[in-house]
Design a protein around this ligand. Sequence first.
Ligand code: BDP
Length: 644
Amino acid sequence: MALCCALCLLLLCCQALALGGGMLYPRESASRELKELNGLWSFRADFSAQRDKGFVQQWYRKPLRQSGPVIDMPVPASFNELTQDPNLRQYTGWVWYEKEVLLPRSWLLNALNTRVVLRVGSAHYYSIVWVNGVQVTEHEGGHLPFEADISRIVQGSPGALCRITIALNNTLTPQTLPPGSIQFMTDESKYPRGYFVQNTKFDFFNYAGIHRPVVLYTTPSVYIDDITVTTAWAGNSGMVRYQVLVRGNTRYSLSLNLREKEGKVVATGEGPIGELKVVEPKLWWPYLMHENPGYLYYLEVKLSAQVGGELSEDVYTLPVGIRTVHVTSSQFLINGKPFYFHGVNKHEDADIRGKGLDWSLIVKDFNLLQWLGANSFRTSHYPYAEEIMDLCDAYGIVVIDECPGVGMKDPENFGNKSLAHHLVVMEELIRRDKNRPSVVMWSVANEPASELSPAANYFKTVIAHTKAIDPTRPVTFVSNANYARDHGAPYVDVICVNSYFSWYHDAGHLEVIQLQLNTQFENWYKAYQKPIIQSEYGADTIAGLHNDPPLMFSEEYQKAVLKEYHSVFDKKRKEYVIGELIWNFADFMTDQATTRVLGNKKGIFTRQRQPKAAAFVLRDRYWKLANESNCLRPTLTLQFMSGY
Ligand code: BDP
């Protein structure tokens, strides 16, 4: 009974909330103000046996320091590796964050026409949020943003002090995404009473905390809630179709200006739905496919309404790239031209910070991608920060946008509850990233147990739902199942396959790679006649470990594996292979295991972003591939409109 109770409390409140409205990235404008709440927050992990003390004692009711000791915790960051306490590193359950903020008086005085919104970029995994002791929202799932209108609470309270409390639970269950399970150890000769561990079947550390920026922002009370754009072009004219969702009043007027980079208006529109025609459009091209990649226009949406007898305006500016995406039986076309993915799989991962957003790391990584000649990456195995996605849009880095459907290895991960949640996660992901030109394909999962029979209906439903919300992009999931028994593959547009020949199979036998890889491609293509991406391949390598002839874990072995794969890619890319994504860009942290040496070492860069020998092999190859398309070497610089 006590154990059951503990589990219940760990999993408290895990039902998802219904989605309503948009999730525009918070940007300042003439009508919107923004206050970042990054920095040090007060923090306490609830180490009580059932992890329920915070709820029993209602820690959200008064300042956290008054209910017990607190420590300083940076936001954004994972909490796991910031202290010397090993119990906090591996903690599972509820942790509590709190920040006190002073609000500008102007936000409180004009209450009739000011909405104050609290937005969390992402927090892992389940969040409950209170402002001044009043619950304002809860959200299931890390990796995606959520927000709450807190106007009534802050505007009704005396003084300008606003106390934000966030309780966060990193417990994963068979129905969460990613899934996990809590295992209670009941043999008291081996484990203390009440001992439990969190088990997962994915290969990265379950870092937790408030991982992305928390902001407060304002809008007028009649406001632009969402904008959806789709683009097309033919001959010398481009088309930007838009739909604007307004909330707060049904009587309003909307005017739109599409500006080019330098600010010149190139098209105008009115009303909530319409098409903007752009003469001689500058198309959005991937990096290394054009001398001016990542070209963005800016869609300035202006809303006017009467509030309390006075004119109220809201302005929001959305970056827009004009481009098309199509898939044939053997090609991936961007703007009608074949695109070959030569890129990487990444992780949001760094020592000390874990999965917390870090601008220095982001800039370093994009510089390494540029150095490498990589034109694309997959957001393995969850949506990445909006700040990263903004740079992909601006630099022309092509993205396969993956949801956190990873580690789905057991039949219980394919039940109705998992499915319902998976659909919501896809809705949230598309709501966030639908307007991004860099996103060319959705990936609904990584290496699920797609050979299990429930996987057929499961993936049919998830993929159909994804396509229903966004009919403009192809959909895939990444498979490592046998081609003849994969129940999800019939529903994807592009086959994405992971394989680790001479590593997890035929360990050490480099000589079998070419034959096995060739067979893999032929089998999949014969079965489906769909283009194929090698979505993972690689070998663990300890930087500085050398052995020639190559032996596993040495830098020479990683190079050799890559070269064997590349020789097959070079034959098959003339037919139907449309891409290669190395596993992995950099070493990253995993759970402790006998096969993991302080994490996964398949990076071509170390965790500190220093190149292993394989990075140079890949660099030569990627630049050779880029030069085949004869394009100039652009520098990745922000093309954001000045002042934007
Ligand atoms: C693949 C997974 C990836 C792992 C990789 C590995 O998709 O998450 O990290 O193997 O084992 O199966 O290195």
